[in-house]
Design a protein around this ligand. Structure first.
Ligand SMILES: C[S@@+](CC[C@H](N)C(=O)[O-])C[C@H]1O[C@@H](n2cnc3c(N)ncnc32)[C@H](O)[C@@H]1O
Length: 254
């Protein structure tokens, strides 16, 4: 994955003209840089420890940035917010944490229910079948300076689990954080599906989205190919739903 996606999302939020919904916000690795460039972000995170860490990190931000971020500790699949968002993002393989097509469809339904008719959604997952050579090994997956003096690095290890036709892996992430307050190291293991671009496109279309692009990397300029590192799904509502929403708005709002 690498931690190289931040400029990509910053470009997206600058282009969006309204609030952003981040599903699976973690400790705010992405949330904070987005809020710092002016985005209003609703950050949904199920894990209480992660959400608490995100709130603590927000305390160190300026008042303006703090005012732009709302942290919602919730299971994303049962999310029912009154707001419609101009940008909904599911970054960093989070969609693949839902190992079956039925579970991934629930995530897509939540996106659909929260997307503004003129809005965009982006799902970011790694690309296609893992090369056998990357299985069962620790691989450096990026490092970044989080805040002043705080550095985080991530190692990942993939293992194949279950029946091959289920396309399931187990991902162990090992985080190492060094900061003036000390060092911290922890591991997290989770099941992970993997999808080809054709499978991902079919799932998104079945959930009622138009797939505008599947970009292959964070330049956002190339379509996915066999050697692309990522699958970045850019989704919007189909033309019928976009125009129906426009027609139902009072004339002066258009
Ligand atoms: C791979 S991390 C991504 C964190 C962050 N968005 C980033 O890019 O660094 C996925 C996050 O999604 C959260 N998550 C997983 N399943 C979830 C669910 N069903 N509802 C809400 N959050 C969930 C995890 O706790 C984790 O913090």
């Amino acid at each position: 994955m690498g931690l190289v996606d931040i400029p990509y999302y910053q470009r997206l939020v600058r282009a969006a003209t309204g609030p952003v919904l981040e599903l699976g916000a973690g400790t705010g690795r992405l949330t904070l840089p987005l809020a710092r460039v002016g985005a209003t972000v609703c950050a949904v995170e199920r894990d209480p420890a992660m959400a608490a860490q995100l709130r603590r990190r927000l305390d160190d931000e300026s008042e303006q940035v703090r005012a732009r971020v709302e942290v919602i500790e919730a299971e994303m699949c049962s999310l029912r917010l009154p707001t419609r968002f101009m940008l909904v993002i599911v970054p960093a393989n989070t969609w693949l944490l839902f190992p079956t097509a039925a579970e991934r469809a629930q995530v897509l339904a939540v996106i659909h229910a929260h997307l503004h008719p003129q809005g965009r959604a982006v799902l970011d997952i790694f690309n296609a079948t893992p090369d056998e050579r990357v299985l069962d090994r620790w691989i450096e997956d990026g490092h970044a300076a989080l805040d002043a003096g705080t550095n985080v690095s991530r190692l990942v290890r993939l293992r194949r689990i279950g029946q091959p036709e289920l396309q399931q892996l187990e991902l162990t992430s090992r985080y190492e954080v060094d900061s003036p307050r000390g060092s911290l190291r922890w591991e997290q293991t989770q099941p992970l599906a993997f999808l080809t671009p054709a499978q991902g496109r079919a799932e998104c279309q079945a959930a009622g989205f138009e797939v505008r692009h599947i970009h292959g990397d964070y330049t956002g300029r190339t379509e996915v190919g066999p050697h692309s590192p990522r699958q970045l799904y850019q989704l919007r509502l189909p033309i019928g739903e976009r125009t129906a929403a426009l027609r139902s708005r009072p004339k002066e709002d258009r």
